[in-house]
Write a protein that binds this ligand. Structure first.
Ligand code: FNR
Length: 380
């Protein structure tokens, strides 16, 4: 069992509340889940050095990343199907993000339309995939722009979806019972629905407001099949020309790819192994971070995710070169356990621990943590 850190109670509650199929969808990873475990183990190898006699009466967690300013160095990573975890769904998460002054990403597989999530006033970035049909991708970008979204996150580590054994066991991708859902997020668009109809998926109801489809995973499969597996660096250049706002590439795990992202004109990267849900075995993100920061830290803003569960993890990642971190499962658990207030509680827990660790390390703000670098840390 992987250690859930500061989120043990929320994770337990989420597991009690959700059907096993959904709890496992959130918790699980690819193949042997070795990367998922390694993400946590890697953080456990670092300590933060306590420092004495510093004035730490004012700890400031204000963070600049991807051209934005947040009150915490913690961002809500894109998480698909959050509308199935709690009726507050992605909009609930956005309300929590807004109340705590942090940013969030809306997944391509979100269940709330991006317009509604953006309308909460939260600092929302749209996570996108480049689809075989570039017109659909352009359409998504136009929708994002029209609702005031100024940044996109292109996920690049999902050319295929690997076996996730828990999902296979639970039949997650092959639900047979009819499922009624609000079709959703970036998918809730006439062009998408037309695509679904063409694909033979049974779709009934008012397609503008909501759609009844037979099988939510069937729909997801349909979208996943539209993701362009031939995507390469030239396509990133195409996206850079097409999208004028902030462009972040998520799923970079080596210095060579980070340099290519910078050369292609990206504004930032997310060092991510998708929380251990894609390549297994991949290295832990923390292990590859210093090399990536050395290669592109001056050119790009770097966010790190995968396994952040404690304030000490946040401080360690910042000291090793990240500008900010993001969390996936912790906010999904918070949402499932308690809706929007549950997501806010997850952010509060991480903020409090981060503040504690910074104060005891004599580090008053994020710039101080980043400047101290490995001097603030101890490798066990
Ligand atoms: C994800 N993640 C993800 N990433 C993405 O780019 N698009 C997506 O739709 C999803 N969907 C998704 C669903 C669920 C249930 C999880 C847990 C994760 C990956 C996510 O953005 C992030 O990279 C990881 O969750 C980070 O690891 P932790 O914090 O979960 O350990």
């Amino acid at each position: 069992m992987v250690d859930d850190g500061a989120f043990i109670a929320a994770a337990r509650k989420a597991r009690r509340r959700l059907p096993r199929l959904l709890a496992d969808y959130i918790d699980g990873g690819a193949h042997g889940e070795r990367t998922m475990a390694r993400n946590r183990n890697s953080f456990a190898q670092w300590g933060v050095v306590p420092r004495a006699l510093h004035d730490v009466s004012g700890i400031d967690l204000t963070t600049r990343c991807f051209g934005r300013t947040w009150k915490l160095p913690v961002f809500l990573a894109p998480v698909g199907f959050a509308g199935m975890f709690h009726h507050h769904g992605e909009r609930g998460a956005a309300h929590a993000a807004r109340s705590r002054g942090v940013g969030m990403a809306i997944s391509t597989f979100a269940m709330a339309p991006m317009e509604k999530v953006a309308a909460t006033g939260a600092d929302v970035m749209a996570q996108i995939y480049v689809l075989r049909d570039r017109a659909l991708t352009r359409d998504m970008l136009a929708r994002a722009e029209a609702c005031g979204i100024t940044g996109i996150i292109l996920t690049v580590d999902t050319a295929i979806t690997p076996v996730r054994e828990r999902d296979v066991r639970n039949g997650f991708r092959h639900l047979s019972r009819p499922t009624v859902l609000q079709v959703a997020g970036l998918l809730n668009h006439p062009a998408w629905v037309a695509g679904l109809l063409r694909s033979g998926m049974p779709v009934v109801g008012n397609i503008n407001a909501y759609t009844t489809v037979r099988n939510v995973m069937g729909q997801a499969r349909d979208v996943a099949a539209k993701i362009d597996p031939t995507l390469d660096w030239d396509d990133l250049a195409w996206l850079r020309e097409t999208w004028r706002g902030t462009l972040v590439v998520k799923g970079v795990m080596c210095p060579e790819d980070a340099v290519r992202a910078a050369d292609a004109g990206a504004d930032g990267i997310v060092v991510s192994n998708h929380g251990g849900r894609q390549m297994d075995p991949a290295p832990a993100t923390l292990d590859v971070l210093p090399g990536i920061a050395a290669a592109v830290g001056e050119r790009l803003d770097i966010m790190l995710d995968s396994g952040i569960r404690r304030g000490a993890d946040v401080v360690t990642a910042l000291a090793l070169g990240a500008h900010a971190v993001s969390i996936g499962r912790p906010w999904a658990w918070g949402l499932a356990a308690g809706g929007a207030p549950g997501v806010a509680a997850a952010l509060d827990a991480l903020a409090q621990e981060t503040r504690d660790v910074m104060a005891l390390a004599g580090l008053c703000d994020i710039a101080a943590v980043r400047a101290a670098g490995q001097k603030a840390l101890w490798r066990f």
